[in-house]
Write a protein that binds this ligand. Structure first.
Ligand SMILES: [Zn+2]
Length: 340
């Protein structure tokens, strides 16, 4: 355990460490808790919600940690995320490099498909008569029926430079084959699920992380399990955008759709594109994961109207088992009331 770490701000410590301490004490493995208290005395502890391995603790006014912790935005800042949570730096970096970068590309593609004029779409292009490997470039619509190519670094390729010069001088027409491959759906699902998981952690604390479903979701984030809603679930782009609640919510009707859903708002500043993505989260019953698989099938084959209600924030010390006890109310179809 290292004492030489950059301490998070007092505000962050209060919002995360102090706020979630009771939750962690309740669900932490007793042996580890015993060991830490024997070594450090009375402690306030925090565990990285993404790996459940990196520990930060405060004992006798000193801060100890297994490594650096930093604030993570969920969803990423590049898509308008403004919620933050304290996670270990290793988890933060890994998610950013492995999959979270895809969300910005996905919002760019969606902006393009909506006809937003400055949205650039990534493509591979092959120019007829010019012998090169397929060129990675972007194209965008400037106005209706006019598509502009952004050649990027390809202009440094001598073959391309010669070709550009010749069409500029001779005004020749040319033929380009363009391939739009679309973004990797699996990476999109993992990015959205990570945001949803952190929203759930913020509301329910460690009960959710230490649950069987919490463990399964971490397996999905690690790329070793597939999420039933593999294409990122429910997208809302225009209608009702202002009226939809954000964060952890539940579907109250139809009755056979009842379950948790996390509404993640996203915005691509460059194009002004906005959406809310609903990510269904398994319920805490033993059948939670298979219920989610069944729901994915139902949602896929129907366009039924669904009703989504928000779950208000509450003091976790007043309701340490929110994930399971709130579900007991939703399942019965009774209104969700949480301690104020
Ligand atoms: Zn971690």
């Amino acid at each position: 355990m290292n004492k030489n770490i950059t301490p998070p701000s007092p505000y962050i410590l209060k919002a995360h460490v102090t706020h979630l301490h009771e939750s962690l004490r309740h669900f932490f493995q007793p042996e580890l808790k015993g060991y830490l208290e024997e070594t450090y005395g009375e402690t306030t502890m925090y565990l990285c919600p993404l790996c459940l391995k990196s520990v930060l603790l405060i004992a006798n006014g000193n801060l100890y940690a297994t490594g650096q912790f930093s604030e993570d935005h969920y969803p990423p800042e590049s898509v308008g995320g403004c919620q933050t949570v304290l996670v270990c730096k290793a988890c933060n970096d890994k998610a950013g490099h492995e999959y979270e970068y895809i969300l910005k590309e996905e919002l760019n593609s969606r902006s393009y498909n909506k006809g937003i004029s400055n949205a650039k779409l990534k493509v591979r292009a092959q120019i007829k008569g010019v012998q090169t490997a397929p060129l990675k470039m972007k194209f965008f619509k400037e106005e209706e029926n006019v598509i502009l190519f952004d050649f990027g670094n390809n202009v440094k390729n001598p073959k391309i430079a010669r070709w550009l010069e010749s069409i500029e001088n001779n005004g020749e027409s040319f033929e380009v084959t363009v391939t739009v491959s679309g973004n990797n759906q699996d990476l999109i699902a993992r990015s959205l699920l990570k945001a949803a998981y952190l929203y759930c952690f913020g509301l329910w604390g460690y009960e959710f992380c230490f649950s069987e479903n919490g463990d399964k979701i971490r397996q999905v984030l690690a790329g070793s399990l597939k999420y039933p809603f593999s294409n990122g679930c429910l997208y809302w782009e225009e209608e009702n955008l202002e009226r939809l609640p954000h964060g952890v919510c539940y579907i109250s009707s139809p009755a056979d759709y009842r379950g948790y859903v996390v509404n993640v708002p996203m915005l691509l500043e460059e194009t002004g594109y906005k959406c809310i993505v609903g990510i269904p989260i398994p319920n805490p019953a033993g059948s939670g994961w298979s219920d989610l698989e069944a729901l994915a099938q139902r949602v896929l084959h129907s366009d039924q109207e669904i009703t989504i209600n928000p779950i208000p924030h509450y003091n976790i010390r007043e309701l340490i088992t929110g994930y399971s006890s709130i579900w007991a109310l939703i399942e019965k179809g009774v209104p969700v009331i949480v301690p104020r």
